[in-house]
Design a protein around this ligand. Structure first.
Ligand SMILES: NC(=O)c1ccc[n+]([C@@H]2O[C@H](COP(=O)([O-])OP(=O)(O)OC[C@H]3O[C@@H](n4cnc5c(N)ncnc54)[C@H](OP(=O)(O)O)[C@@H]3O)[C@@H](O)[C@H]2O)c1
Length: 357
């Protein structure tokens, strides 16, 4: 009997939060047909890095197949030839591309992200990839203007490029718009983020939390059933929640107060750092845009994501993390417990505040 052909999904950011989760959930999908098998091509700049090797190790556990359906592919999105070589090798075998691009730092110029996105989208069109899933973010308002944070603005520009320029030429785009990652509230920066959000936002302002694992689950679900989501936008969130509801959920899940730096420290940071103030303004703006109906298609996009799969709310996610950490510690796997506990977007506080590595 002929061996099954590969249904390749090239996953950008595969060593990061969203890409890793997408790879994990692709490997859990039932095979698309008797003659095909899902194969993850995990993009990384360094196949020998700790993050890349831990991805393979995790895939062996997840896939149960000694990682045979995942392959690390080296390429740098800032070096177009390296990415073209991957498409040349995959050819018509590349079924999907999961496009996500690293955070460049608050207020940083988004040129890099724009260039990386155009490269992946252009190649996906050129190679007639059947499913191009771009993970962007929930818009802060219906329009972009001079006050829109550059990281948000560039994502709208990229969506627009995919939809209005490449779409008519045949790009098979789907947009997945995540809310705020629950991981922002854990790790080294978690207590700072929690305090800034809790004290910086108005009491009634809601945020849109989502676990990065659930973004991956949604992305895999979209690839599994792409015709249903072709040329559609989906919002990845567990639902709108105030910071008080988030903090209360944490307490219910763990019996403890959610770690946060003192309110005065958050106030100082908000006072001193324009980038942090801007985050709060963008969240307020997003809340107002949802509340006023300005984001007219928002609820439809949330409902569409719900049609893919269920996602965890903050309390469920916190409980799951606490249980996993306890189990890892019991097994003496302290390193694994720390693995899911890395800081915000895998960047240092310095990079978050300055945009510089
Ligand atoms: N934090 C939030 O609440 C939130 C909410 C909505 C959207 N977002 C967006 O999510 C995105 C970040 O996603 P994430 O947190 O999943 O990423 P992440 O965990 O920070 O990981 C970044 C990934 O990008 C890869 N990468 C970086 N530079 C690269 C290059 N030049 N070529 C190829 N790969 C490169 C890294 O791979 P290697 O190092 O292995 O090469 C790594 O896998 C940002 O655009 C951010 O704006 C964040």
């Amino acid at each position: 009997m002929a061996s099954p052909s590969k249904r390749i999904v090239l996953v950008a950011g595969a060593t990061g939060k969203q890409g890793r989760a997408t790879a994990r959930h692709l490997l859990r999908l039932p095979q698309p047909s008797a003659s095909e098998e899902w194969t993850v091509w995990a993009l990384t700049r360094n196949a020998g890095s700790t993050a890349a090797l831990s991805l393979l190790r995790e895939a062996e556990d997840t896939g149960g197949g000694a990682g045979s359906h995942i392959e690390l592919v080296e390429g740098d999105l800032d070096e177009p030839d390296s990415i073209r070589a991957i498409f040349d090798r995959g050819g018509a075998g590349i079924y999907g591309v999961f496009a996500v691009f690293a955070f460049q730092g608050l207020g940083a110029k988004p040129d890099k992200e724009r260039g990386q996105a155009k490269l992946l989208a252009n190649l996906s069109l050129e190679f007639r990839v059947p499913a191009f899933v771009y993970s962007s973010t929930v818009p802060t308002s219906s329009n972009i203007d001079d006050t829109t944070e550059p990281g948000h603005k560039v994502k709208r520009e990229i969506e627009d490029y995919c939809q209005t320029e490449l779409g008519p030429q045949g790009l098979n785009w789907t947009f997945l718009r995540p809310g705020i990652f629950m991981e922002n509230f854990e790790g080294g920066l978690g207590p700072i983020t929690t305090a800034i959000f809790h004290h910086g936002l108005k009491k009634d302002t809601t945020i849109l939390p989502i676990a990065s694992d659930d973004i991956g689950k949604l992305a895999a679900g979209i690839f599994a059933n792409h015709a249903q989501y072709l040329h559609k936008t989906l919002v990845a969130t567990s639902g709108a929640a105030t910071m008080q509801e988030v903090v209360d959920g944490y307490r219910r899940a763990t019996g403890k107060a959610m770690p946060a730096v003192p309110a005065f420290a958050a106030a100082v940071l908000l006072y001193l750092n324009a980038g942090v103030r801007n985050i709060i303004q963008q969240v307020e703006r997003n809340h107002e845009a949802r509340a006023s109906g300005e984001l007219a298609t928002f609820e439809v996009e949330v409902a569409l994501a719900r049609s893919v799969c269920e996602v965890q709310d903050f309390e469920q996610w916190t409980r799951g993390k606490a249980e996993a950490a306890a189990a890892a510690v019991t097994k003496g796997l302290a390193a694994d417990a720390a693995e899911g506990n890395r800081s915000w977007n895998n960047v240092s506080l310095f990079k978050v505040l300055t945009g510089r590595a």
